[in-house]
Design a protein around this ligand. Structure first.
Ligand code: TA6
Length: 299
């Protein structure tokens, strides 16, 4: 259970750069430094917003999002772990794993030499998680807010057996209008089309959007560029420890089916997800760790 706001502030607040606030009934860490402002909840260990000063928001958060303990928050950077998408064997288990609906604990806050403000959160296996997924683990999440946004998810296998998992930093980007957007970096890449029973396809040119797109690009370590002609900006999405990149926009029909997603909000967002999915599942040996890293920056 996360600590009360006053205790969190006593232990981790940093002058006028980092403090804990109530955000829709949830404890959230708010960061404001010389570079940018950001918000993240202990619920799910989820970055909700990141906005460099003088710029448009980089991340998108649904106006219809639920802020209920035990339910995922729609937007920002949900952490999908220890499986991406439906559970491989049991569809009754939650989509995208279970850590995005659990309360994470604060571990530390700090500042880097180049003026970034950092937060570390942790989540450890419990009897409840063991009942859903029978492996002992420790997750550590580092969020570094500055001229770029860096998010690093470290998985430690604290069990005595091999740990095989998939996962993603399921990043929702804010855009001027989906019709003005294209994604660079995945040209000629192989993807599994989630709209065609994960059939294997090859990406022809840049990714643009005039319908639902749900593509799991595999065996790629490429940096992607999100080009937004409406806001005249290019956002780079660099990664380490990730062999898959997922690109998603729900478009009209799927957006209308999601109660935590406004019917017209598909026009203002796109997901570029730093992942290990499908054939890019990873195996972590006992006592070892795996780092999934993403850095987002306006270039
Ligand atoms: O990343 C794309 C995707 O797998 C889509 O298929 C869609 O389901 C999306 O994730 C959101 O999933 P969620 O469980 O958060 O509604």
């Amino acid at each position: 259970m996360s600590l009360a706001l006053d205790v969190l502030n006593q232990k981790f607040a940093l002058d006028n750069k980092l403090c804990f606030v109530d955000f829709n009934g949830m404890p959230a860490v708010r960061i404001r430094n010389e570079h940018a402002e950001a918000l993240a909840t202990l619920h799910g260990g989820q970055v909700l917003s990141y906005k460099p000063h003088g710029e448009q928001p980089v991340l998108w958060l649904s106006d219809e999002s639920l802020f209920e303990f035990g339910k995922p928050i729609r937007g920002g950077i949900p952490i999908c772990w220890p499986w991406f998408g439906p559970h491989p064997d049991n569809p009754a288990k939650p989509n995208h794993g279970f850590v995005r609906t659990l309360d994470w604990d604060m571990f530390s806050s700090g500042e880097t030499s180049n003026g970034n403000t950092t937060v570390q959160m942790v989540l450890r296996s419990t009897d409840e998680t063991m009942a859903v997924w029978p492996h002992h683990f420790k997750l550590s999440l580092l969020i570094s807010v500055g001229a770029s946004l860096r998010v690093e998810l470290t998985t430690e296998n604290t069990s005595c057996e091999d740990m095989r998992c998939t996962g993603a930093l399921h990043t929702y980007f804010s855009v001027s209008d989906i019709s003005a957007v294209s994604v660079h970096g995945l040209e000629n890449g192989t993807y599994l089309d989630n709209l065609e029973n994960l059939s294997s396809r090859t990406q022809d040119g840049l990714i643009s959007f005039d319908r639902e797109v749900d593509r799991v690009f595999i065996h790629t370590e490429e940096t992607c560029l999100l080009e937004d002609a409406g806001w005249q900006r290019m956002i780079s999405v660099a990664k380490e420890g990730s062999r898959s990149t997922v690109v998603w926009n729900p478009w009209i029909d799927k957006a209308a089916r999601m109660k935590d997603f406004g019917d017209h909000e598909y026009q203002r967002m796109v997901c570029i997800e730093t992942a290990n999915a499908g054939p890019d599942a990873i195996t972590i040996f006992p006592g070892n760790t795996w780092r999934l890293k993403m850095e987002v920056k306006k270039i």
